[in-house]
Design a protein. Structure first.
Length: 173
């Protein structure tokens, strides 16, 4: 198969893999959002808004790591697990700061203090931080072993070439 201008120079199978990754990332992320919002709603009864969101975010980060490591990025290089965990925590902490910065600005800058307003502000913060986290996790944390990625691409190209040969042979008959 040849790459088309619509796929940005990538084969359709590479585009499919990226879409699959985004979908899995989203599923884990949505479960993390549910965990965070439920925790946040409960913690708001006992803590100040930003502190409650920080604790809820830490709970969600812990559960999301399991989903990312063992489902979304299960093919990532396992030899560098301590590096992976360290980078995951660093980028998760940056995401936590982004997320809670948005919450702080909306809560105290716009004077949103009801439980519903706090939950909506938290969702907005989660959305902003999610874009950063997706880029950071995919780029720096869960790196696929390069040889495996290259071997997969080569195998897909061989299969595509064989399909083209077969279809030409059938047309020639």
């Amino acid at each position: 198969m040849t790459a088309s201008p619509l796929t940005g120079g990538r084969t359709p199978s590479a585009l499919r893999r990226i879409l699959n990754e985004v979908a899995k990332f989203g599923i884990v992320g949505i479960s993390g959002v549910v965990i965070q919002l439920v925790s946040f709603g409960i913690l708001l009864d006992f803590m100040q808004t930003v502190r409650a969101n920080i604790v809820a975010t830490l709970i969600a980060i812990a559960t999301n790591y399991v989903g990312y490591r063992y489902w979304v990025y299960r093919d990532a290089d396992k030899k560098t697990r301590s590096r992976e965990i360290s980078l995951f925590l660093v980028f998760s902490a940056i995401g936590l700061v982004i997320q809670n910065g948005v919450l702080y600005i909306l809560t105290y800058g716009l004077d949103f203090h009801t439980k519903l307003e706090s939950l909506v502000c938290s969702v907005i913060g989660i959305g902003v931080a999610t874009v950063f986290r997706f880029w950071a996790y995919r780029t720096w944390v869960f790196q696929v072993v390069p040889q495996a990625e290259e071997a997969l691409e080569a195998a897909e190209q061989i299969l595509a070439a064989e399909q083209v040969k077969r279809s030409r042979a059938q047309r020639a008959r």
